[in-house]
Design a binder for this molecule. Structure first.
Ligand SMILES: [Zn+2]
Length: 700
């Protein structure tokens, strides 16, 4: 049916009634960004602009999607898949400013704005993902996929769009669809409750100590913090709890063994005691429902369902990988246990080493072997020098130059904006760095974007990347001096940013860091390797006052300490991965008790005998309340990838341009190809564990 000619006019009047034209004209988030590279006009954006802008952009996006759904023409790749890919451009632009700033420059007002728009956004996304007519159009294109003459990248876009729906149950019959929806609702309640129980149990334990002798060994700053905690609760003395800043220092430093044992037992029995917060039933229900949902979608186990869209692909491959590493780490872990036991004996310890003794004696051993203070290292790593070293490394490897541009607006005075140019002078990206902590910024370090790259129909859009950290701020007398850990953090986040800066794909949903989960840390972690290469350190490391080179002895200790307890830490990580895989490869609901189930999967990696009443599953929020179900292995997987990938640089030279060019191809491709294919193209073979074993000193 043809619409009457005045239809457009009616629509215009309707829209005008709901969104006053004046408002839009004044709202800098909505208006075309008339800035350098069309970067966000931060100087003009005010708090009151966000909610109206998101509301307006949501309306636009919904209209765009509805136009696809209601298109009277038959579905084609262009009018459905590409059209869907290009919807919501304004919405992306507006929400990326909102969400980035809510992380790095927030305020109660901005948080309120985020809270206000978040439900509207999820409502919109579920509106799209549940629309049957839209799925029917996508399916009809997908069904002809082999006859459309699509190139591999377009084919992958089509597959992603189709599977996005199918993996959420769009292809099920009415009855199964209903059950699938019930499972999802039930699941969100259970996982929420799991997290609440862990929180309640973590907060339930406090320990007040009034005799200072009982906390001998604790560093002054830990004592201070615990005295403050006591005072806040109206008590005299020192108060401890199960939060990380309190719990870990006790295990590491407290001479008082009974205290260590008590807090260890309290920590490792969280949500496993005989009370209302016990998570045992939650776990059994969660894994049973996950199994059922996977079965509904045609997968044998929940792990099969998850891994189908991961680089690792199958539970068999993950389990083999975990077992290979376990076999290699085991002898070293036993040797380390022996060494720590022996060392404890030398210090006069007469009993059997228990779990609550481990951190205490390993900390002392570490100091004896590699004793150096962070303060000795820091003067050699002035932030400006480190940054120069990192930027020059990128120049050496990839030929890019990174130049500050004061014409690009920033959202805080501590932020610096750069333009990144390719070797031939082509503009590649904007890069914002934001290094110092402030109350409006969340903790940690991350890389994000204000705009992703895309190139649909020759319309090249270059990305805007960020590096956000919480490094020590300079003072009037001292510049910002980084710890060695902060140097590797810088490199790590720079690697994520580079993944985006080099992106060279057609579609934004597959650009840069939009890759499978177990592949996304390769570009970041590989960069950390340079921090352990003296050849690179020598290019910039110098004392900030005297300009002197770092003493050989100090750098040797620093590099040697990297592999301290490599076997034991590897086993610890693997045990959690094994536990995760065990829970998610079940093919029948679990009836036995949590402790028995867990011992079977985790005990092979332990150097201690099982401890009755202690489990890790009931507080394993990563997999039961977070997004890491069947994914915990990714941490180790990423290490295997980055070690194996970096070994090519080790072989050809850490500044080798040819290797760098090949690696850049992998970065440019983003998610347009299966990561295993991309990896093999770069490395010449599938990743193996050998390089990691060698790097961590675990090789025989
Ligand atoms: Zn990362």
């Amino acid at each position: 049916m043809k619409k009457p000619i005045y239809w457009g006019l009616i629509m215009l009047l309707v829209m005008t009634a709901f969104t006053p034209i004046e408002d839009k004209k004044d709202n800098p988030l909505i208006k075309k960004w008339d800035t350098k590279h069309q970067t966000p006009p931060f100087e003009l954006i005010k708090i009151e602009h966000y909610v109206p802008a998101v509301t307006f952009a949501l309306g636009e996006a919904k209209n765009e999607v509805d136009a696809i759904i209601n298109n009277p023409e038959a579905a084609t790749f262009e009018n459905t898949i590409v059209a869907l890919e290009t919807t919501g451009e304004l919405l992306d632009r507006v929400t990326s400013v909102l969400f980035n700033l809510n992380s790095s420059e927030t305020s109660p007002e901005l948080q309120a704005a985020t809270r206000e728009v978040s439900p509207k956004l999820s409502e919109f996304y579920s509106y799209i993902s549940l629309d049957n007519k839209l799925f029917a159009r996508i399916k009809s294109v997908y069904d002809q996929k082999d006859d459309l003459g699509l190139n591999p990248e377009s084919l992958r876009l089509l597959e992603n769009a189709y599977l996005g729906f199918v993996r959420s149950g769009a292809n099920l019959n009415a009855e199964d669809k209903k059950r699938y929806a019930e499972i999802s609702t039930e699941m969100s309640k259970l996982t929420l409750n799991f997290g609440e129980n862990v929180l309640a149990e973590t907060n339930a334990y406090t320990k007040l100590i009034t005799n200072e002798e009982e906390i001998a060994g604790l560093p002054a700053h830990v004592k201070e913090a615990s005295a403050y905690l006591a005072k806040q609760k109206g008590e005299e003395g020192w108060m401890f709890n199960l939060q990380a800043p309190s719990f870990f220092p006790i295990l590491r430093y407290a001479d008082n063994r009974e205290l260590r044992e008590e807090v260890y037992r309290a920590y490792s029995s969280r949500a496993f005691k005989d009370n209302e917060y016990n998570n045992s039933d939650n776990i059994k229900k969660i894994v049973a429902l996950r199994l059922e949902s996977a079965n509904l979608l045609g997968f044998k186990t929940y792990a099969n369902y998850v891994l189908d869209r991961r680089m690792a692909e199958t539970p068999e491959r993950v389990n083999n990988f975990i077992n290979d590493l376990h076999k290699a780490s085991r002898p070293m872990a036993l040797k380390e246990f022996e060494e720590v036991t022996q060392f404890a004996k030398e210090l006069g310890f007469k009993e059997e080493l228990e779990r609550w003794d481990w951190s205490y004696y390993t900390e002392k051993l570490k100091n004896a072997k590699y004793g150096f203070k962070e303060e000795e290292i820091k003067p050699y790593f002035q932030l400006e020098k480190v940054q120069k070293g990192v930027f020059e490394l990128a120049n050496t490897l990839y030929g890019i130059t990174i130049i500050e541009n004061k014409d690009i607006q920033v959202y805080h005075e501590d932020v610096t904006a750069y333009e990144v140019f390719d070797a031939d002078g082509t503009f590649l990206s904007v890069l914002y760095t934001d290094f110092f902590p402030r109350e409006s910024k969340r903790g940690g370090a991350w890389s994000s974007s204000f705009r992703s790259q895309s190139n649909i129909n020759g319309n090249e859009i270059r990305p805007f990347k960020t590096i956000v950290c919480n490094f020590t701020k300079p003072t009037e007398t001292k510049p910002s001096l980084l710890s060695f850990g902060e140097v590797t953090t810088f490199l790590h986040e720079f690697g994520h940013a580079a993944h985006g800066m080099f992106a060279n794909t057609v579609y934004p949903s597959m650009s840069g860091t939009s890759v499978y989960w177990d592949f996304v840390e390769l570009p970041s972690q590989i960069m950390e390797n340079w921090a352990f290469e003296q050849e690179w350190l020598d290019t910039f490391v110098a004392h900030y006052e005297t300009g002197e080179k770092i003493p050989q002895e100090l750098i040797q200790k620093l590099l040697a300490s990297k592999n301290f307890l490599a076997g034991s830490s590897s086993e610890r990580q693997l045990s959690l991965g094994m536990n995760d895989m065990a829970w998610h490869t079940i093919t029948e609901p679990v009836t036995e008790d949590i402790e028995t189930f867990e011992d079977r999967s985790m005990q092979p990696t332990s150097v201690f005998k099982p401890l009755k009443g202690s489990v890790s599953s009931t507080s394993f929020s990563h997999i039961f309340a977070g997004g890491y179900a069947s994914a915990y292995y990714s941490y180790k997987w990423a290490e295997v990838l980055d070690a194996d990938a970096f070994s090519l640089f080790k072989e050809k030279g850490i500044f080798d341009k040819e290797t760098a060019t090949a690696f850049r191809k992998l970065l440019e491709a983003g998610g347009t190809e299966h990561p295993m294919d991309l990896y093999v193209k770069f490395r010449g073979h599938e990743p193996g564990v050998d390089a990691l074993l060698e790097r961590s000193g675990l090789k025989e």
